[in-house]
Design a protein around this ligand. Structure first.
Ligand code: FES
Length: 76
């Protein structure tokens, strides 16, 4: 399972003490790329629970699609 995600940030986001979840006492950083509150986990990773190991997905507007092929401008 892999995912294609689009990120617009061009630099780091420094974590601050105020980023700590007071109820849990930690900071959960999103690793799935789907969090609306990126870079913080918001539970959106639950959408990936049934992803298949050899498949690449893209999530757009609440819908999941399978990626068959990625074409870049360098491809012919
Ligand atoms: S790891 Fe991405 S939303 Fe939780």
């Amino acid at each position: 399972m892999t995912r294609l995600v689009e990120l617009e940030a061009t630099g780091p986001r420094k974590l601050e003490p105020s980023d700590i979840d007071e109820s849990k006492g930690d900071i959960a950083v999103c690793q799935c790329g789907l969090a609306e509150s990126f870079p913080f986990c918001d539970g959106s990773h639950r959408q990936t629970d049934d992803e298949e190991s050899e498949t690449t997905y893209v999530y757009e507007n609440g819908e999941r699609s399978v990626v068959e092929r990625v074409v870049t401008t360098d491809d012919e």
